[in-house]
Design a protein around this ligand. Sequence first.
Ligand SMILES: [Zn+2]
Ligand SMILES: [Zn+2]
Length: 163
Amino acid sequence: MGHHHHHEHSGTSLISAARTALVAADERWTEMRADVFAVLVARERPASAYDIAEGVSARRGKRVAANSVYRILDLFVRTNLARRVESANAYIANTHPGCRHDCIFLICDICGQVTHLDDDRLTGALIDAARAARFADVRPLVEIRGRCATCASAATSDIAVQQ
Ligand SMILES: [Zn+2]
Ligand SMILES: [Zn+2]
C-alpha cells in the first residue's frame, strides 16, 4: 500500500460513501444508524458516545440510550465509517470510509479541532517495527498534539498586540 491521494468526502457525499461502505460490509444502513452517522458528521469536533446519544435523541425526538449508540459507534469503527480518537476519548466520522488507512490525527490543544493526514509510509514503518518486535495483529494509533493553524496564528497576533 503506497502513498496515494484519495478523495475525502464531506456532507451528503460522505453520508452516501458511508452507506455504500456499510452495505459492502454486509451490514444494514438502518434509520437509527443513519441518524447516528448524521449526528457524527454534523459535529466539527470529536464527540463522546454520550454527546452523540444526546444529538440522536434530539434528532429522533425521543430518548435514545447511550448504550445502543455505543454499539453502533463500535460497528462504525469496525467497518471504517468512524474513528476513535483515543486521547480525546471521542469519535469522529471517517472522511474516507471506502479506503483503509491508519489515519494520523492532529489534535489542537486550544480548540479541540481534529484534522488528519494519511501517510502509509510512516504508519507502515511503525507496523514493521512492531512486527520486528514479534508483535502480532498490529494497529498503529497515531495522535499528534499541538495547535492548529488558526489557534497558532491567533496566539501569534495576541503576542503582537501585547508588545
Ligand atoms: Zn485518513
Ligand atoms: Zn485550534
